[in-house]
Design a protein around this ligand. Structure first.
Ligand code: G1P
Length: 246
């Protein structure tokens, strides 16, 4: 299985620090956040990790010269940035049908207290190989920060990216981890811009499920830590204290 880590964003919520150092290089103990995410992908069974980054972020590659990775890492540069879906699309030619699924781990979402991705892979296997999406319940006033889904029975039936409180079909938010069939890339290739004028992964997943792909929502073990902003980073440091390998 190949994993994909989108890590090309400008890190505007963590500026001005991110004008110099990418948020994925924030230290968690003595290692950067990106190293923990690669560890999670390996623990989930990934034998190759594709990292989408940008030419402005050479430190990410440099880290893996200091600490040689335990899997093959393939680097893809995203030159222009038009949203998460656009970032994921940059890796389309690295995936083919025989890859079956792609495990997507957002570069600014760490998970403390459990291996979310491994649990999602196991969940998928237990359900006969269906797609799985990591979910967390968020307060109503925060739905506009997330992809929000509508669940009926065991599956997701609709999704909307960053809805207003009135538009939100629930309080179930996309939580930084996706295990999707590789046909998601075909949907991304024809995806028109959505929220914020950006190519949204949420919109392509929505189209895929309305074409009949089954997507199981899953509250994974552990807690998502959003290191994309200083408050989230403080919380992550507290959560990971004592849990880090170094
Ligand atoms: C992205 C996704 C959103 C998801 C969120 C947290 O948003 O577009 O659907 O809920 O990550 O996983 P971002 O935080 O990049 O704006």
């Amino acid at each position: 299985m190949k994993a994909l880590i989108p890590a090309a964003g400008h890190g505007t919520r963590f500026a001005p620090f991110t004008k110099l150092v990418p948020k994925e290089m924030l230290p968690i103990g003595a290692r950067p956040a990106i190293a923990l995410i690669v560890d999670e992908a390996i623990e989930a069974g990934a034998d190759e990790v594709v990292i989408i980054t940008s030419p402005e972020k050479p430190l990410l590659k440099k880290w893996f010269e200091i600490e040689p990775p335990k899997v093959k890492i393939t680097w893809v540069d995203q030159i222009e940035q038009h949203g998460l879906g656009h970032a994921v699309l940059q890796a389309a030619n690295l995936f083919c049908e025989k890859d079956d699924k792609v495990l997507i781990l957002l570069g600014d979402a760490l998970v403390s207290g459990g291996c979310a991705s491994k649990a999602m892979v196991e969940r998928s296997e237990a359900l006969g190989g269906v797609a799985v999406i990591g979910v967390e319940e968020v307060p109503l006033e925060k739905v506009s920060r997330y992809g929000i889904m509508k669940v009926e029975g065991d599956y997701v039936v609709d999704m909307v990216e960053k809805p207003s409180v009135d538009e939100a079909p629930s309080r179930l938010a996309v939580a930084g981890r996706y295990l999707l069939p590789v046909k998601i890339f075909e949907y991304l290739k024809t995806q028109t811009p959505g929220k914020g004028g950006e190519i949204q992964l949420t919109d392509s997943i929505k189209r895929m499920i309305s074409d009949g792909t089954k997507l199981a929502p899953y509250v994974y073990p552990g807690k998502r830590q959003d290191i994309g902003n200083p408050d989230g980073y403080y919380a992550a440091l507290t959560a990971f204290r004592g849990e880090c390998k170094s």
